[in-house]
Write a protein that binds this ligand. Structure first.
Ligand code: HXC
Length: 514
């Protein structure tokens, strides 16, 4: 063969791999989904994608697999730039045997995982697959195991982002679950067993979407962190998310220039946060006022809405925001919000992202549902995560900070570097009503007019304890600030805390309550 013929052969081979079955592509598009390569084109900067292993094919001979042509063995893998940042990625091709994962398909993914880890660059997984390639039996199961192991090894070293763009069935859900963030389109599904098995085993009739659709996993299970309306929206979410993150745990997140002055005053917070302890307000209004203009990017928006977590920037630097949300369940801490907060804290701590905590919570949620569901075990995760975190930690007590929740929400006692309080802050074991009813029960019951006495005692307690000054006298609160100075105070402290260095205690690993 002459070199010309060899080049022609190479072209033919590559084009055969890239030219998918038009009917399968049409079916994919009809479902509102893009193909694996179209997705990569949307994600990476033009001309930057270098594909690895396009020629890889299955070694299996069972059920006629050796007679089938499966382009790229059903997964496109490679490296590229996303807004100039290096990433390693894979994108499963549902048009080729349902994107099912066999031995070689898995080894292609593993190669990318190992490359991402060696280079210290983010790993992006675009999933659209019928799961383990049934014809390859235990070899495909082994493939998943190999991927899971690398997911865990990379955890806390590089950001791992999973994008769910079609089905993910069976144990295949566990690679996304082991990664840092899951972005799901509304039509994507994730479940351990599909509707047929559910009906056979339990008799329950349920659709794919009801069982494990994007909305369900964003709102109910909390498995997914972001909901996207379609593939393009999901891929744009990856880009936005990446803009807040460093490439690996040894780096700081990128700095984004801003025209928003760190000294800008925030007087509207005085109007947003009501004086009365029981009047709700949207904590996101406070957050948006404090951070750089338009920089707040919420994570887990639809799950456990009584807490708010997300990334933002202050003076161009990424911060992690954790806040109680008074408009949902009065901002109480419960099982789901504890999981949400703790997981977010640990991600930020792993990747050098300072934490800003906004507090307004009446405490942990009472009741049998919570107690029997393990609110002790789940609530402990917040205490653990804050105590363990060595990144700069700044806390703003806006209003209520009662009981265990006061301690949990990054109090000085759990290692906050700076605690600010607003003048309307109430730092106490519990609210004035509950406290007065307990400690003045005898006086109230013995009074001629118990209701009048109750009111008097509540007022007495409020005067004495429902303020930030007792905590400030002890140094638990570093300063009581005018809310109009919130942004300025945080920005100044963040800048000072830049050099914070705290070595974690040397051990194999801790044992966070799970
Ligand atoms: C081999 C598969 C496949 C699989 C789909 N295909 N899933 N081939 N192994 N797991 C093939 C189909 O045979 C078909 O091939 C093509 O992909 C498209 O599939 P359709 O069924 O036509 O597509 P659709 O109607 O959109 O349905 C998608 C689906 C369904 C819901 C994902 O295919 C499905 O239920 N697949 C099986 C899901 C499953 O149970 N997987 C195993 C889970 S257990 P042709 O040639 O006709 O185009 C698992 C264990 C992992 O994953 C354990 C890790 C620890």
């Amino acid at each position: 063969m002459s070199i010309e013929d060899k080049l022609k052969q190479l072209e033919e081979k590559k084009s055969k791999i890239k030219n998918l079955d038009p009917q399968a592509v049409e079916k994919q598009h009809e479902k509102g989904k893009l193909t694996a390569r179209e997705r990569i084109d949307l994600l990476v900067d033009p001309g930057t994608f270098e594909e690895f292993d396009p020629f890889v094919k299955t070694r299996s001979t069972y059920f006629g697999l050796d007679k089938k042509f499966i382009p790229a063995d059903g997964v496109i893998t490679g490296i590229g730039l996303v807004n100039g940042r290096r990433v390693a990625l894979y994108s499963q091709d549902f048009t080729s045997l349902g994107g099912s994962l066999g031995e070689m398909h898995a080894l292609k993914i593993v190669k990318m995982q190992e490359l991402a880890l060696k280079l210290g660059i983010p790993f992006i997984a675009m999933n659209d697959s019928g799961g383990a390639r049934i014809q390859e039996g235990v070899d495909s199961l082994r493939g998943y195991g190999d991927i899971f192991l690398r997911n865990v090894r990379a955890s806390g070293v590089i950001p791992q982002i999973s994008v769910q763009l079609g089905p993910t069935a069976g144990g295949a859900v566990y690679s996304p679950a082991l990664m840092d963030f899951i972005i799901m389109t509304e039509k994507a599904t994730m479940y351990i067993t599909g509707p047929n098995v559910v009906e056979a085993v339990t008799g329950e009739k349920v659709t794919h979407e009801q069982l494990g659709g994007g909305i369900v996993h964003n709102e109910k299970s909390g498995v997914a962190h972001f909901l996207a309306k379609d593939d393009e929206d999901a891929i744009n979410t990856v880009k936005t998310l990446l803009s807040y993150l460093p490439d690996n745990y040894l780096q700081d997140p990128p700095i984004v220039e801003t025209s928003d002055s760190p000294n800008r005053e925030t007087p509207s917070i005085l109007e947003i946060v009501p004086d009365e302890p029981n009047v709700p307000f949207d904590v996101k209004d406070v957050v948006k006022e404090v951070v750089d203009e338009n920089s707040f990017f919420e994570v887990h928006e639809d799950f456990a809405r009584n807490a708010v977590v997300g990334f933002a920037r202050i003076n161009g630097r990424t911060v992690g925001i954790v806040a109680n949300q008074p408009v949902y369940l009065a901002g109480v801490l419960d099982i789901n919000s504890s999981d949400k907060i703790a997981r977010f804290i640990r991600f930020c701590d792993a990747f050098n992202i300072p934490l800003i905590t906004f507090v307004d919570t009446p405490g942990y949620m009472p009741g049998t549902a919570q107690e029997h569901g393990g609110v002790i075990r789940h609530g402990a995760k917040i205490l653990y995560a804050y105590s363990e975190a060595t990144v700069p930690k700044i806390t703003i007590i806006m209003r209520k900070a009662y009981g265990g929740a006061y301690i949990a929400m990054c109090s000085r006692h759990l290692g906050a570097d700076v605690v600010f309080a607003f003048p309307q802050a109430e730092i106490a074991v519990m609210g004035a009503d509950g406290a007065a009813n307990i400690i003045f029960a005898k006086e109230i019951n013995a009074a001629e007019n118990p209701e009048e006495m109750r009111k008097k005692k509540i007022e007495e307690y409020r005067e004495q304890f429902s303020n930030p000054y007792l905590a400030a006298e002890r140094g638990y609160v570093d300063d009581v600030i005018n809310p109009k100075d919130t942004r300025k105070a945080i920005a100044y402290m963040l800048d000072f805390l830049r050099s914070k260095h705290e070595e974690p205690i040397l051990k194999k690993h801790g044992n966070i309550p799970l």
